[in-house]
Design a protein around this ligand. Sequence first.
Ligand code: DSN
Length: 417
Amino acid sequence: MNTLRAQLGQTDPDIFAALLAEEDRQRRGLELIPSENYAFPEVLALLGSAFTNKYSEGYPGRRYYGGQENTDIIETLARERACALFGAEHANVQPLSGSPMNQAVYLGFLKPGDPILAMDLSHGGHLTHGAPVSHMGKLFDFTRYKTDGEGRIDFDKVRALAKKTQPKLIVCGHSSYPRDIDYEAFKAIADEVGALTMADVSHTAGFIAAGLLNNPVAAGFDFVTTTTHKSMRGPRGGLILCKKEHAKTLDASVFPGLQGGPHMNQVAATAVTLKLVGEPAFKAYAHGVLVNAKALGKALAARQVKLVTGGTENHLLVIDTAASFGMDGAEAQKLLDQIGLTTNKQVIPDDPRPPMRPSGIRLGTPAPTARGMGEAEMESIAALLTAALCASDREKVLPALAAEAEALCGRFPVPGL
Ligand code: DSN
């Protein structure tokens, strides 16, 4: 590996310098964006392996190119492990990432213009859940449900919208919702109106696999989609679980419907990820993430920080920075960058501000927990964050806080780097 790095340094010093700088940034800073994590070292090894050289259009046992004896092994294992982990009947592990995975469900099972009910982006949903700026938002007739005044899903509202719009598909799941989801309630509404069900668990798959959050497969959902690189610490990629009756149509929708050759280095890395996620050490990690998120929420609330829904049941927290610190999320994100805490600006429910200057920021504990941090460090993070956002003499205070944050990070190495 060192020889390879030396070769890279000689071939392209500019890219190599950027790589070293990024490794340094990741080591010295604290990654608090809830969708980010540190991939397992085994994943990093497989992403740079010989599997990256192989084209494998088709599925195991039925490919369009020769030389598939090894790719068939890894894809079959990945599919079997995904099914076993979540209790699903069928898995497709080829989606290149989150957007194509959701598109494969929409395009495979619906016709353009069909009605879909999904969560509004500004209330915690995702771009691919029908945001008007996305191609899917233009292609299908999305109605977007919003949360209640506290930021929680209001099932009476969801039911009323479902009855009114008669969706062909009801989508739940989120990229910024700090509560567990009652999948059975969604399924009951879908059954009342004859809709298919899809849960996008990209943020929470690791906790579902560990048995710590509700499982939409167990609730009878037709489709469960997830990226593999967030809480599961796998490669960047997507996977779709479905009922057996949908398997053939789903596979055809992914390939050849939407994609060409799957990235077999990613599929191999997904397979090893699913093995690791099934092990007791991952369950302990996933439990630690949730304990840390609660501890961080408690430490922030003790400092009068306003959190959407008042706290968290999963790995993420949304801070209303406008109410807590009198500043928008963009300004808060920038200030926290200066002390080495990486967060992202975030719209909050019914946000009166625009998306580039929204009212909040989003935090998560998957990455700090992967470094081995615990509840005591969550207290330190809350103290650093509030001190930075409350500082009146920023020129003096921020460098001191940055040094404190770097010292904290120095005690917890980044896995894989
Ligand atoms: N970008 C991801 C997130 O941050 O939630 C979703 O695509």
